[in-house]
Design a protein around this ligand. Structure first.
Ligand SMILES: CC(C)(COP(=O)(O)OP(=O)(O)OC[C@H]1O[C@@H](n2cnc3c(N)ncnc32)[C@H](O)[C@@H]1OP(=O)(O)O)[C@@H](O)C(=O)NCCC(=O)NCCS
Length: 191
């Protein structure tokens, strides 16, 4: 297994991993594959950190994406995908609309102090529990430290028990909670 920079050719593999692993109920679980590919493509830039774990056959086993610009990129993705997101909302009115309103409503959320965010991490369901998630976190943090960033955050849905356990064990602490989400942060310390 190798961890390297995510390239455009990996995006189908990233989408496949997302589809097998992300819990139902997350906004992105309602996206058709093509929209999910656009979503991840919009996050991949030199400013953000986007890494994949690949097998010796170059198959994507897991990925992590984050950085300082992910919120801005997400807003751009929404603007560029209004039609598709409207269709998703019509097909899944309760979950999708409430998620979008929650994201867009100004002042509704307490702002996290961590401007650098881990947007998404996932490991193929058949490979979970073998240490890939922790290795992706380590590689992500190594890049942050090389940029002199020692503090970052993420959010997770409260009902995502396995991810919560994973973040607790990876050294994250809770910053605050909302009605359905937990905001975590982590200080990166030298080993
Ligand atoms: C959260 C997630 C990324 C974790 O990835 P993972 O690769 O399963 O994580 P790891 O294998 O590194 O660690 C998970 C557990 O396996 C254990 N483990 C590590 N190496 C192992 C090995 N070689 N053999 C068996 N177990 C091992 C770890 O100790 C860890 O145990 P813990 O949770 O009690 O600390 C993964 O569960 C996932 O893709 N979830 C779905 C997507 C998702 O919800 N993402 C988060 C959205 S906010």
């Amino acid at each position: 297994m190798l961890i390297r920079k995510l390239e455009a050719a990996d995006l189908d593999g990233v989408v496949a991993v997302h589809k097998t692993s992300y819990p139902k109920g997350h906004l992105t679980s309602f996206f058709p594959a093509s929209m999910l590919k656009d979503y991840y493509a919009s996050m991949v830039s030199d400013i953000n950190i986007a890494l994949v774990a690949v097998s010796t056959e170059n198959q994507v086993l897991g990925f992590v994406i984050g950085g300082n610009e992910v919120k801005k990129d997400f807003k751009k993705f929404i603007t560029n995908n209004i039609y598709g997101l409207t269709m998703v909302s019509i097909r899944n009115p309760v979950s999708a609309v409430s998620y979008l309103l929650n994201f867009l409503k100004p002042g509704r959320r307490v702002a996290s102090k961590a401007k650098t965010r881990l947007l998404s991490i996932a490991v193929s369901s058949s490979q979970q529990g073998t240490g890939i998630g922790h290795k992706l976190i380590k590689a992500f943090e190594d890049i942050l430290s090389s940029r002199n960033v020692y503090f970052y955050g993420l959010s997770v849905k409260k009902d995502n028990q396995s991810a919560k356990k994973f973040y607790d064990r990876a050294g994250f602490v809770i910053e605050f909670e909302t009605s359905d989400g937990l905001y975590y942060y982590k200080k990166i310390t030298a080993e």
